[in-house]
Write a protein that binds this ligand. Structure first.
Ligand code: PDD
Length: 287
């Protein structure tokens, strides 16, 4: 079955989908994106993903490419046309195509919008969720507006590649003072020595993950105490549990960091419980 992409008003075969060579996303990473999970035929947390898209666009002063209702229609159509029941959709909006110049293009330049969808291997994801993953730490080297979900991801790309080359799944950015930030494409959580589930406040320095926000709704009813409080690399290495969250994986236990085991070196029960309860609590939009 051919894959279908949506590009600037048209549904086109994925292999033929293209944007202009002077698109500002291509030349300046002048654009934003969202990745959202599709599970059992439902889009997960669509409202929150669209809210965050709106915030990213507004922070960069890029116009919405179409109304929110129209975009929701396009997303559902792309997911349907690709017959994805378990997978992801990706959407990217850039400031549009214009003659290369760092300053914003003329008013009326139309934002570029791309929406794609793909299936994921649920067995591979379930295995990592059950067995846990290895992570490494890397020095933070990103700009200070990582709260914007911009397509400028070069430090994240290099960090993930380094993790892969070292046999790990994720790279965790750490500030020079030893404070843990987030993963290259995930938020990071610990269960500290007192049994408190902690993640760094999302006021600055990290992306406010949608999975992170929904996880807070999940943890309350499970009786888990949560604190938005930063932690150091030493606290992370000494934690009872460490896990990472993102729309692509929901919650993966981290069983080793920089080659050192976390806790007893096996996934912890809190990560497991959260993983199991997540979809009962998350918003589900029928495709
Ligand atoms: N990344 N932090 C960073 C730097 C991220 O890139 C992501 C998501 C997250 C988690 O956000 P959410 O829970 O909303 O997925 C945190 C996506 C999945 C990606 O780039 O593929």
């Amino acid at each position: 079955m051919p894959r279908i992409a949506y590009v600037n008003g048209a549904y086109v075969p994925h292999a033929d989908a293209a944007i202009h060579i002077e698109d500002r996303g291509y030349q300046f990473a002048d654009g934003v994106y969202e990745v959202c999970e599709i599970r059992h035929g439902f889009i997960v947390d669509l409202t929150r993903h669209l809210d965050r898209l709106g915030r990213s666009l507004s922070e960069l002063r890029i116009d919405w490419p179409m109304s929110r209702a129209a975009l929701t229609h396009v997303i559902r159509e792309v997911v349907r046309r690709n017959r994805v029941r378990n997978g992801l959709f990706y959407m990217q909006v850039t400031r549009g195509a214009a003659r290369r110049d760092h300053v914003f293009p003329a008013k009326g330049t139309v934002p570029t919008i791309v929406v794609t969808a793909k299936r994921t291997d649920t067995a591979v994801i379930a295995k990592k969720g059950a067995e846990g993953i290895a992570a490494i730490t890397v020095p933070e080297n990103r700009w200070d507006r990582v709260d914007i979900k911009s397509v400028g991801l070069l430090p994240n790309v290099l960090a993930r590649q380094k993790a892969k080359e070292e046999g790990a799944h994720e790279a965790i950015f750490v500030d020079p003072d030893g404070t843990v930030k987030e993963g290259a494409a995930t938020n990071v959580w610990i269960v500290d020595r007192d049994g408190v589930l902690r993640t760094r406040p999302a006021d600055h320095g990290i992306l406010r993950g949608i999975t992170r926000t929904t996880l807070m709704d999940v943890a309350g009813p499970l009786g888990i105490k949560i604190e938005e409080r930063a932690f150091s690399i030493d606290e992370m290495l000494a934690a009872r549990e460490v896990f990472i969250t993102a729309a692509t994986s929901i919650c993966f236990p981290v069983v080793s960091i920089d080659g050192k085991p976390i806790g007893n070196g096996h996934p912890g029960s809190i990560a497991q419980n959260i993983r199991e309860a997540f979809f009962d609590v998350a918003e589900k939009t029928l495709i």
